[in-house]
Write a protein that binds this ligand. Structure first.
Ligand code: GLA
Length: 386
């Protein structure tokens, strides 16, 4: 939908004109998976698709939420802004508004809010982070709180922890808040220091393949991985004090890995330590123009997520393995939380048609699911559109 169409939809829903329009994007992570909540590096970029939020103030002191994908308008009183609803999409924006209230920010009036997004749902491209960050950005602007983009990302992450009950890291919200056109974000998730690295690749495109897998990452499996990493840290602490797995180099890990007596926690930790190294190496390779090395690290990342972290499954593995067979594919791996969702691949321009045709046909033959392919456009982070 265009901004004009969204404004017309706002008028239809609320019988008045939208006073402001905001946007925040989804993201794709190039490498550095399940490292963020372990204090490691990630390397995501913001996409050109995302979530729009339109709003206008009201004098009734109520918050009204309407999504163009949902029939009803949800209305909440000003004393209902810090309590999660049971089973509602409204928890994503509400959880962000709650953070302003919890910080003592006075919300003097009410707001009528309309949401629409074009991030494919459940694809692991962070439609929920886009919704959280667009809400945090909009209320920061409306309430004049002056929080910086990193703070807005943290507000989004807290919404996820407290209202969606997913103990996620900071990557998705950070990418949505801090994204820059044609750049990826090399982020240290411990210190939150980051560097924007150009990803204008000569004759190569970033291709996203949507498995449309029915096995979505559920919060249970995700939170279980977070807990397994915590267990690994606790067991390592018997021989060496660390806060995060990412503090260990691969060589250091080898000297103390026997302290992790739980075999599952041991595999999870091995992935994290290796993935942090791969991410650092990949960024170095990209800066040096060694795109082939970058691609090999992407492939190795997938293998580690498949064998040690165990977050892939038939659909993601088939999609990556079929991609690896194509001439002109530099690298391919699952991206995001895992189980379902998307892979990300670097593909030479001249191979893209073959890629879509052959990977598409072979994937469908092996899984019975018709996939979708998008050529990623790397866009800017959260902003006010009008
Ligand atoms: C999800 C989470 C992120 C990150 C990824 C895995 O997208 O929201 O914080 O942990 O999974 O890298």
């Amino acid at each position: 939908m265009t901004v004009q169409e969204l404004k017309a939809a706002f008028q239809t829903a609320y019988g008045k004109v939208a006073e402001a329009v905001y946007f925040s994007p989804g993201r794709v992570n190039l490498i550095g998976e399940h490292t963020d909540y372990n204090g490691g590096f990630v390397f995501p970029c913001a996409l050109s698709f995302g979530t729009y939020l339109l709003l206008a103030g009201n004098n009734e002191k109520v918050m009204r939420f309407k999504s163009l994908n949902q029939p009803e308008i949800v209305t909440l009183d000003s004393d209902q802004l810090t309590t999660p609803l049971s089973n509602s999409w409204v928890n994503y924006p509400l959880g962000c508004i709650a953070q302003f209230v919890k910080r003592g920010v006075k919300i003097e009036k009410g707001y009528d809010i309309l949401i629409w997004g074009n991030v494919p749902n459940g694809a692991g491209l962070s439609s929920s982070a886009a919704l959280e960050v667009v809400t945090a950005y909009a209320f920061n602007d409306q309430l004049g709180t002056g929080y910086d983009r990193t703070e807005l990302a943290k507000i989004g992450q807290l919404s996820e922890h407290e209202f969606a009950l997913v103990n996620c890291g900071i990557m998705d919200q950070f990418a949505s808040a801090q994204g820059k056109k044609d750049h990826a974000i090399f982020l240290n998730c411990d210190t939150l220091q980051f560097e924007l690295v150009p990803v204008k690749l000569n004759g190569i495109k970033v291709v996203i393949s949507n498995t449309h897998s029915p096995h979505k990452l559920d919060s249970g499996a995700y939170n279980q991985r977070v807990a397994e990493c915590k267990l690994a840290v606790e067991q390592i602490n018997k021989v060496r004090p660390i806060k995060y797995l990412a503090e260990l180099t691969e060589a250091e890990f080898k000297t103390i890995e026997n302290a992790i007596t739980d075999p599952v926690a041991h595999k999870r930790a091995r992935h994290v330590v290796g993935e942090v190294q791969r991410t650092t190496d990949a960024v170095k390779a990209l800066k040096a123009g060694d795109i082939a090395a970058f691609g090999k690290l992407m492939n190795a990342s997938h293998v580690s997520l498949r064998d040690d972290y165990e977050v892939t499954g038939l659909q993601l593995d088939t999609m990556a393995e079929e991609a690896w067979k194509i001439d002109g594919v530099i690298g391919s791996r699952m991206t995001g939380g895992g189980f379902g969702g998307c892979t990300v691949s670097l593909v030479k321009d001249e191979a893209i048609d073959t890629f879509i045709q052959q990977v598409g046909a072979n994937y469908e033959a092996k899984t019975g699911i018709k996939p979708d392919f998008y050529i990623a456009e790397i866009g800017d982070g959260a902003r006010r559109v009008e």
